[in-house]
Ligand binder design. Structure first.
Ligand SMILES: [Fe+2]
Length: 272
């Protein structure tokens, strides 16, 4: 079966290219399971329930996030609503699992692939973890992964490691080798050219890159960020608009064992 993972959807430019390209990508590339990181889909900061549901309508089966998931406050009530309504699409959004106990939301999701696709009804799981190097002081993402894996029944398991440091992401991929289908990095918004299959059958890429405007500093208007570095003064960050690209990875795996057999890095430019 084939998995599409789309990297950090950034603001309206990111949402637009995703809307324009993902339905065709799912159809033309025979995607059985589609997942995206959407932590910055709302104006470059956070995620709203409405935007999440628009992404589900495009064909995504689950969404991962990261440190910016709390930027739009309504997401907290959306997560909390799952207790009253377990069938809510909010349950298909995961936030980093290694936040403190009691944090709103869920760190992993288990579901089955969509009907109508070639491999439908296949159990899958998505785990979201956040790095600790140059980031908030969360629980250990390595041991958090161990604990979650004990609870999962699915064999097809995708891990989004949302982290700054390449070393931490590469180490996590080796740590989870043979136990999950893919360990894919997000957060830096810069795609890395190291996609490969580890010998144990785990696909890995240190960062799949942003889906958003690349004529920017990681999505934000470049002049604002340059000025920030020059002055150290706080300033408002606005999403950039130019050179929009959709970045991510496509992974082939065995639907029964979850072992990955192939990973392809993708970058689609707006005028391609
Ligand atoms: Fe992030």
């Amino acid at each position: 079966m084939r998995i599409l993972f789309v990297g950090d959807i950034f603001g309206r430019p990111g949402r637009t290219i995703v809307q324009e390209r993902v339905p065709d990508l799912i159809r033309d590339r025979n995607i059985d399971l589609a997942i995206a990181n959407a932590e910055n889909a709302a104006g470059g900061f956070g995620l709203t329930p409405q935007i999440a549901e628009e992404l589900f309508d495009l064909g995504f089966d689950a969404l991962t996030t990261g440190n910016h998931i709390w930027d739009k406050k309504e997401i907290i009530e959306y997560f909390n609503s799952v207790e009253r309504n377990p069938g809510s699409p909010a349950r298909k959004i995961v936030r980093p699992a290694n936040y403190p106990v009691g944090t709103p939301g869920f760190g992993w999701y288990e579901g089955r692939t969509h009907g109508g696709r070639e491999f439908s009804g296949v159990p899958f799981a998505v785990i979201n973890l956040q790095g600790r190097v140059f980031m908030a002081n969360n629980d250990d993402p390595f041991r958090t992964a161990d604990e979650i894996l004990k609870k999962l029944e699915a064999k097809v398991i995708l891990v989004d490691i949302h982290a700054e440091a390449t070393s931490e992401k590469v180490a996590l991929a080796w740590y989870l080798e043979g136990r999950v289908t893919a360990v894919l990095g997000t957060h830096t918004h810069i795609p890395t050219a190291d996609e490969h299959i580890l010998p144990g059958g785990t696909a890995a890429q240190t960062d799949v890159g942003m889906s958003g405007p690349y004529a920017s500093v990681i999505g934000v208007q470049k002049d604002l960020i340059v000025q920030r570095f020059l002055s150290n003064m706080p300033s408002r960050f606005e999403p950039a608009t130019e050179d929009v690209r959709l970045c991510g990875a496509i992974i082939d795996c065995d639907s029964e064992t979850g072992r990955a057999t192939k990973i392809e890095r993708i970058m689609i430019r707006e005028h391609d």
